[in-house]
Design a binder for this molecule. Structure first.
Ligand code: SF4
Length: 78
């Protein structure tokens, strides 16, 4: 799955939403979140993010590692 990290917080540009073929990117409070079970790993959202907030799960920068858990937990709470 792809993960949305800190650069999205309080920005929510939403360019990614237009690209996602399965509509698995959701708005939640201060950032956008990718549903880990719905994402088909197509990668379409990554290049359109103006602040490079989106990463493949294995490529999330170390300082933003917590965002992977945060993306998954956001949907657990729904
Ligand atoms: Fe949607 Fe593809 Fe991005 Fe996953 S990688 S969130 S399926 S656009």
């Amino acid at each position: 799955t792809y993960v949305i990290a800190e650069p999205c917080v309080d920005l929510l540009d939403k360019a990614c939403i237009e690209e996602c073929p399965v509509d698995c990117i959701y708005e939640g409070g201060r950032q956008m979140y990718i549903h880990p079970d719905e994402c088909v790993d197509c990668g379409a959202c990554e290049p359109v993010c103006p602040v490079e907030a989106i990463y493949y799960e294995d490529d999330v920068p170390e300082q933003w590692g917590a965002y992977q858990k945060a993306n998954a937990e956001f949907f657990d709470e729904l």
